[in-house]
Design a protein around this ligand. Structure first.
Ligand code: AVI
Length: 328
């Protein structure tokens, strides 16, 4: 057989779009900038540039979250796989580059399907294809959209448990109310045999938190500011990025690092023909990153109909991986 006759097996993946488009972004921008406290919801940080910047943040020395969670997962992957059992369907919420997924998949017995869910389509499809190539006996169904709509996901006829894998402490980017609402939706979707594996960043010395979100290289500032470039490119906006400063600080009252962009001068921004005014020093809220104590997190889990089956932490108690199962 010569080179051109040789068949190369390309593993196929399913790709599903569940209602995420730039119109959604435009609507969110118009709503957010019309509110008394101007805001842009943080899920819009992840255009291709934002997703790339976030991957770089994960490698920063100050950003302890990713490497700490990775080590916790590596240390306890066997135990987690035993709790999950064979033939599972693994949904990953906000899968990004799916870098932590193999830690779990490698230890699972005959995983039936992997369903990465993310809004950043390019990254989602490329990462899903890589997973499909590495695990050829497992179905891979990539879902482009919001992980807050589990009722729109493809269905599976699997003998094993449905499992929602939600690493990275992304749950911390939701308000506690929204976190409970999201967990409730997933509790309903997963049913009584379902499990959730969730990464949650822990409360700690504020100095360490402030360093993690104010890195020396300024990558976090670039990441947060990039949401304005995303709006300019895709939502007919004309933000001047040089006219905003990045600010991040831990607020002990709400237990979150709060991230804002602060207007450097009085200015007008136009979005799809509508004008919005910023006064000098006015703050545009972009993201909160909530930090939990294990007790706080258990409360949220209980309120959503889960019980906490395991909490794994690191020796410095920086981060936790929580295993939730249906309560009752
Ligand atoms: C995705 N999420 C958990 C990150 C965090 O730490 O809250 C997003 C981030 N924002 C700034 N740095 C990282």
């Amino acid at each position: 057989m010569n080179k051109s006759q040789r068949q190369i097996a390309v593993p196929s993946i399913g790709v599903h779009d569940i209602g995420w488009n730039e119109r959604t972004f435009l609507e969110a921008l118009l709503n957010g900038l019309s509110a008394p406290q101007k805001c842009i919801p943080c899920q819009f940080l992840y255009d291709p540039t934002g997703a790339q910047l976030f991957d770089q943040i994960c490698d920063l020395p100050e950003y302890y979250l990713t490497r700490t969670e990775t080590r916790i997962l590596q240390s306890h992957a066997y135990d987690i796989a035993r709790l999950i059992g064979p033939d599972a369907v693994i949904y990953e919420l906000g899968s990004g580059s799916s870098v932590k997924t193999p830690i779990l998949l490698d230890k699972l017995e005959r995983p039936h399907a992997y369903v990465p869910i993310d809004v950043s389509r390019e990254n989602l499809v490329a990462s899903a294809a890589e997973i499909a190539a590495a695990y050829p006996n497992m179905r891979v169904e990539a879902v482009c959209g919001d992980y807050g709509a589990p009722q729109l996901l493809p269905e599976f006829d699997a003998a094993g448990r449905p499992v929602a894998f939600f690493p990275g402490s992304t749950i911390g980017n939701l308000t506690q109310r929204d976190a409970i609402a999201l967990l409730r939706l997933w509790r309903a979707h997963l049913g009584s045999s379902g499990l959730m594996v969730i990464g949650a960043d822990l409360k700690k010395d504020p100095a360490l938190l402030n360093r993690a979100y104010n890195d020396e290289q300024g990558l976090t500032a670039q990441f947060i500011k990039n949401v304005l470039a995303h709006a300019n490119a895709n939502a007919d906006a004309d933000f001047d990025l040089d006219e905003f400063d990045y600010e991040a600080e831990y607020d002990p009252e709400i237990g979150a690092v709060r991230m804002h962009l602060v207007a450097r001068s009085d200015q007008e921004v136009t979005i799809a023909g509508r004008a919005f005014y910023f006064a000098r020093d006015e703050r545009l809220h972009v993201e909160d990153s909530h930090k939990y104590s294990p007790e706080d997190f258990a409360e949220i889990a209980h309120a959503a109909g889960f019980s906490v089956a395991r909490v794994y932490t690191d020796p410095r108690n920086l981060f936790s991986v929580q295993i939730l199962r249906a309560a009752g």
